[in-house]
Design a protein around this ligand. Structure first.
Ligand SMILES: *Cc1c(COP(=O)(O)O)cnc(C)c1O
Length: 368
């Protein structure tokens, strides 16, 4: 049996007519940049997500940069983020001129460890990029309280947590702004690069929209210098076509995770993902910790099962951050887990038969 890590083809075939029609419409109207399809997607996403402003932009990395830039973060400032994430969470901090400061991960839930946050705060700390990794929200309640006490901006990186919840509040709605990626493999994915920012702050929304569009809200009226971070019409129309299905797909991910939990529960050499009480984990990734991880991944590959590691090297250990001079013992949990974590295939169309095959293959590996 061959099981890919994600199967974007299966999803396309299930809604082929919607997608093909959306693409044809954009092309026949040559609405390639900005315009109606982008506006429609922003309105539809705002309505479904329950937020006042959605600002579409080119990708989820730009969205983080635009938020920080418009909050006035720059040279001489520090911004905290988590030791294990995709590099966008930290490289955008450097792009503003600020310094990234890393904090270790929670031993059970894999996002930032809220208990280790305060020790990283200095008088220069201006913000935290709170990454809700793998589809599960961090302890945003505690972190929000700390941010208020210390007068620090709370920015949410929701690239892996579309529609995730903690205590009934969705990812991206507690911070000053939330950043989303619609990279093809994300829970809501375009057919190319795409992203957006959400916020309930009217003034910040205008600034971010203006900045993302060359500093002009009206053509040729450049009030400031900005950047070119536009969502194109094709991506917007594809995202709008997919939006009616996203809650169903999210339910299917959760159901698949429950099946994994059931079939993997007897294998003592692995640890299945834990769900934080009062939260809705939307399983962008289904991450186990495994003994002899690399051998297991190889065995799965030989048996037709594709896996991945998110991420094999923690951010502070990357060559790009050598200059910070941190050591791995400053991030003991993240450092220890980087050689244990393994992301198993996860997508809505994954079948119970497939999940059972994966679980049986993992069990066979440890029995051998
Ligand atoms: C995917 C991702 C991003 C960046 O999104 P792009 O659209 O690829 O620029 C940022 N943060 C995290 C945690 C991600 O997983």
């Amino acid at each position: 049996m061959n099981i890919p890590f994600v199967d974007l083809k299966a999803q396309y075939h299930s809604i082929r007519k919607d997608i093909d029609t959306a693409i044809e419409n954009v092309i026949s109207e040559t609405a390639f940049i900005g315009g109606k399809y982008v506006k429609d997607f922003e309105a539809a996403f705002a309505e479904l997500y329950g937020v006042k402003h959605v600002i579409a932009c080119a990708n989820g990395t730009d969205s983080l940069y635009i938020i920080m830039k418009m909050l006035g973060i720059g040279e001489g400032d520090e911004v905290i983020t988590v030791a294990n994430s995709w590099i966008s969470s930290s490289e955008t901090i450097s792009q503003t001129g600020a310094k990234p400061v890393f904090v270790d991960i929670h031993p059970d839930y894999y996002s930032i460890d809220e208990k280790k946050l305060e020790a990283a705060i200095t008088p220069r700390t201006k913000a935290i990029i709170l990454v809700h990794l793998q589809g599960q929200m961090a302890d945003i309640e505690t972190i929000e309280r700390i941010c208020k006490e210390k007068n620090i901006h709370l920015i949410e990186d929701c690239a892996q947590s579309h529609f995730s919840e903690y205590k009934g509040v969705r990812a991206g709605l507690r911070g000053i702004a939330g950043s989303f990626s619609f990279y093809p493999g994300k829970n809501l994915g375009a057919y190319g690069d795409a992203g957006c920012i959400i916020t309930n702050d009217d003034e910040l929304a205008i600034k971010m929209r203006r900045y993302a569009s060359h500093g002009a809200l009206k053509k040729h009226q450049h009030e400031v210098e900005g950047i070119n971070s536009r969502l194109d019409g094709l991506q917007a129309a594809i995202l709008s076509a997919k939006l009616p299905y996203i809650l169903k797909w999210t339910e299917q991910r959760i159901a698949n995770a429950k099946l994994y939990d059931k079939y993997l529960s007897g294998i003592s050499e692995i640890v299945i993902p834990q769900v934080r009480p009062d939260s809705v984990h939307t399983y962008h990734l289904y991450v186990i910790r495994a003994q002899r991880r690399d051998e297991l991944a190889q065995y799965l590959k030989e048996n037709g099962i594709e896996t991945a590691v998110h991420y094999p090297i923690i951010l502070p250990s990357l060559k790009a951050y050598e200059y910070l001079g941190t050591t791995s013992d400053q991030f003991p949990v993240a450092h220890q887990y980087q050689s244990q974590i393994l992301s198993l295939p996860m997508y809505p169309e994954l079948t119970e038969e497939g999940i059972k095959y994966i679980a049986d293959t993992i069990a066979a590996f440890y029995k051998a």
